[in-house]
Ligand binder design. Structure first.
Ligand code: NAP
Length: 491
């Protein structure tokens, strides 16, 4: 049986794609999800302190506003509840199959369809294939000698277990990314000792969070335009930060320096000990790596039972972490806030083979990471890759999702009008797009800033910053509705 489309992933990207396809009349959808519930990142991440760090009015579908976010930056459980609400409202659950791990997909030239292989089950087939598998979805377990021999509790932040007792424990957190910044202040008060192992410091700016008063929530519900204004204001600020601080570094690096200054002041105000301050100060330009914000992260390091360790880890023993200076840090609980593997095991998240045997992962690695408008790849007919190089512009992922929904709608509408059953982006259009993105990156902090020590996942293994689309979100959204249809071969 050949379905209209197979979508892999039931996070916000996969659900947005399903909504777009349903609006176009494609009702026979199969959505595969390896977890046992929907929601992608907001289902998997449940660690203490989890919250969105994009204003919630902006971090949601524009066509499905939620007037009832409790805070400017809503906690993770509200995001998960919103995922559930969207799935119910748009009747998406009936398409979803949980606990199904896609392991490979190939284009069948005879059937003009994709075959998606799944672990331990029958393959699923669809005219279209959409991968919505996320960037931050393959947890990275650190490759540290002896880590498997650790006798205490080990928790990666994506596998948080609320039943694990933290009270009175001696814990280590490895990693100081955005996840650790949220988690550390939450767990520190419960622990007897906490040692934070930092390899690369992160830029942290103040966080202006607040509860959304009930009467404002009621106003948003009664007069949606008011929330729309809040959303647009949030989007405008994010756009300005991204364009000025990251993409137009050549022209506006003074703004980038101001952001670094703001973060440095924040640190100076919040941490008493000069040596700890020095260790917490990044040695790379603001924006090379994703910054974050918090009012509670830095003060945690003033606590006498919290230690910041910057000597590299040499090995793990059953009851300790040993640093390269020979010091044994005895711990009974190991928290791995070590993030995700983007460029090794992701891109794509499973093997995808298109026309003429093109293996997407191999092709990306042997050539350059690329995708036309961040969504289509030559020799990959009827395939939308929603988490691909150059797909993510701006700071709210929803601007990307909605641009991609628009792109799909324009293309699939044109196909229907022409009676076509197949699309494939041309090599020429893809090359031209790649050239344009490469040129634009030349103005960005990634090219002109001091990024070599940042260990930023924005950069791939070839040292190219191919994750973010170096244009404004407005540009991405406009192009999604205007790209030349001749960029695709429709047959
Ligand atoms: P991350 O930013 O990749 O941070 C991982 C941390 O683990 C880094 O400090 C890294 O150090 C360290 N690490 C990894 N392997 C290590 C090793 N072998 N030895 C020592 N240290 C090691 O991951 P994350 O904090 O989970 O955040 C990922 C992304 O998720 C964020 O950038 C953000 O986009 C998103 N996020 C968003 C929110 C939000 O919206 N509120 C919250 C959390 C996360 P190096 O830097 O030296 O590699």
């Amino acid at each position: 049986m050949i379905h209209d489309a197979v979508i892999v992933g039931t996070g916000f990207g996969g659900m947005g794609a399903a909504i777009a396809l349903r609006r176009l009349g494609h009702d026979d959808l199969v959505m595969l999800e390896r977890e046992d519930d929907l929601g992608g990142t907001w289902n998997v991440n449940r660690y203490p302190g989890l919250a969105v760090d994009i204003p919630s009015a902006t971090y949601s579908y524009s066509f499905e506003p939620n007037p009832y976010w409790s805070r400017l930056y809503a906690p993770g459980r509200e995001l998960k509840a919103y995922c559930d609400h969207v799935a119910t409202t748009y009747d998406l659950r009936r398409h979803m199959r949980f606990g199904v791990n896609a392991t490979g997909a190939e284009w069948d030239e005879d059937a003009k369809a994709w075959t998606v292989h799944v672990e331990g089950g029958e393959p699923v087939r669809g005219r279209f294939l959409l991968t919505a598998t996320g960037f931050l979805s393959q947890p990275k377990l650190p490759d540290i000698e002896g880590i498997d021999s650790f006798a205490g509790t080990v928790l990666h932040t994506t596998q948080w277990d609320d039943d694990v007792e933290l009270e009175g424990r001696r814990a280590a957190v490895i990693g100081t990314g955005a996840t650790a910044v949220q988690l550390i202040p939450e767990i520190a008060p419960r622990l007897a000792e906490l040692t934070v192992f930092q390899r690369t410091a992160i830029w942290v700016t103040p966080k202006s969070d607040a509860a959304v008063p009930r009467r404002l929530q009621r106003l948003y519900a009664r007069v949606p335009l008011t929330q729309r204004i809040a959303r647009d204001a949030g989007s405008a600020v994010l756009e300005a930060v991204m364009v000025a601080g990251v993409l137009k570094y050549r022209q506006l690096h003074v703004l980038n320096s101001l952001a670094a200054r703001l973060a440095t002041r924040h640190l100076e105000r919040q941490v008493k000990d000069p040596e700890t301050r020095r260790k917490l100060t990044p040695d790379y330009s603001f924006g090379c790596k994703r910054p974050t914000f918090s009012n509670t992260y830095y003060p945690t390091f003033n606590e006498p039972h919290v230690h910041l360790e910057t000597t590299p880890i040499d090995r793990v023993e059953p009851d300790a972490i040993v640093t390269t200076d020979g010091t044994r840090h005895e711990v009974d609980t190991l928290v791995l806030a070590t993030g995700f593997d983007l460029w090794g095991t992701n891109f794509p998240a499973f093997r995808i083979v298109g026309r003429e045997g093109r293996d997407l992962g191999a092709w990306w690695r042997e050539n350059r990471f690329q995708a036309y408008e961040g969504i289509a790849v030559p020799k990959m007919p009827n395939f939308f890759t929603l988490n691909s190089p150059y797909s993510y512009s701006g700071l709210s992922y929803f601007t990307t999702i909605e641009s991609q929904m628009k792109h799909m709608t324009r293309l699939l509408t044109a196909m229907a009008e022409r009676g076509a059953t197949e699309f494939e982006v041309t090599e020429e259009a893809n090359d031209a797009f790649l050239d344009r993105m490469t040129e634009r990156l030349g103005d960005s902090v990634f090219a002109l800033g001091s990024c070599s020590t940042s260990r930023s996942y924005y950069f791939n293994q070839h040292g190219e910053a191919t994750l973010l689309r170096p244009t404004s979100t407005l540009n991405a959204f406009r192009e999604a509705g205007r790209f030349p249809l001749e960029d695709y071969a429709l047959t």
